[in-house]
Design a protein around this ligand. Sequence first.
Ligand SMILES: NC(=O)c1ccc[n+]([C@@H]2O[C@H](COP(=O)([O-])OP(=O)(O)OC[C@H]3O[C@@H](n4cnc5c(N)ncnc54)[C@H](O)[C@@H]3O)[C@@H](O)[C@H]2O)c1
Length: 286
Amino acid sequence: MTDERHAAALPAAQGGEPVLTVVTGGASGIGLACVRRLLARGDRVAVLDLPGMQARMGELGASVSFYVCDVSDEASVRAVAERVTNELGAVRNLVNSAGIIQQRSAPESLDQALWDKVVTVDQRGTYLCCVAFGGRMARQGGGSIVNIASITGSRSVPLHAYAPAKAAVISISQCLAAEWGRSGVRVNSVSPGYTLTPALREAIDRGDRDPADLTRVTALGRMVKTEEVADAVEFLSSGRASAITGIDLPVDAGWLVGAPWTTYGGVPEARAGDGGAASSAGKGGQ
Ligand SMILES: NC(=O)c1ccc[n+]([C@@H]2O[C@H](COP(=O)([O-])OP(=O)(O)OC[C@H]3O[C@@H](n4cnc5c(N)ncnc54)[C@H](O)[C@@H]3O)[C@@H](O)[C@H]2O)c1
């Protein structure tokens, strides 16, 4: 990235012109937290989400440009990329957070239509948006893409559609990072751990995920907050990350490092007398 490109990628809060950022799935959960964070640093934000979802954003909905788009539909994505560019100008950052999760199921009983749906939204949808917006960024000489993957993309879990789709999101990010690097486009992924969003809340409420299981194996002993994922996304899409491309950044409260310790009885409890840091982490602090 040349100095000029670097400067152009700086958000308004760092002294540059306000940049335009597109957030898919920005009406809920992690995407919504990203929208808040990016608006706070001074970006102009366009949200791409399903029909009716703008109402879920409450008052924040008025602060963003909302576009109805099914990210798994190529025609819909192409048309919206064209509209956003014509109506709002060049897109500098893309955050792909649109996605759906699945229930645990043995592969023999996993409905193939459901498998197709998960892969189509999570993998194909991410790729389509990358191509539609990233291709323009490459031609305009710079930009940043952050794709929301998942820790399940790096480990074996009994989610036979979702986990492979998220592994593909990590791979797509790496492939496109090399493809567009010389054109000034950085592409990275963020892999959240278990984050209490409407999607995860629904899974917990229907008994498909147990909050105790979700936190027991993490090094920090807790779930992730949406704001913590948004902070990582904001960093990667900022000029502060100007030499970072093709990485996957886990934001997982230490699930990846803690899970293998179950073989040895689990991660240790807080040391006696070590109350400060450990107790605040246990309450979702530091
Ligand atoms: N919550 C977690 O614990 C967790 C963990 C790891 C990764 N993730 C990933 O984070 C992303 C956001 O998940 P979340 O938990 O915030 O879920 P969420 O359901 O709260 O938000 C997902 C958003 O994506 C939108 N969306 C779904 N399908 C779409 C489509 N075809 N086209 C356009 N928009 C669509 C939804 O309308 C919604 O606004 C997903 O990619 C998910 O896989 C979540």
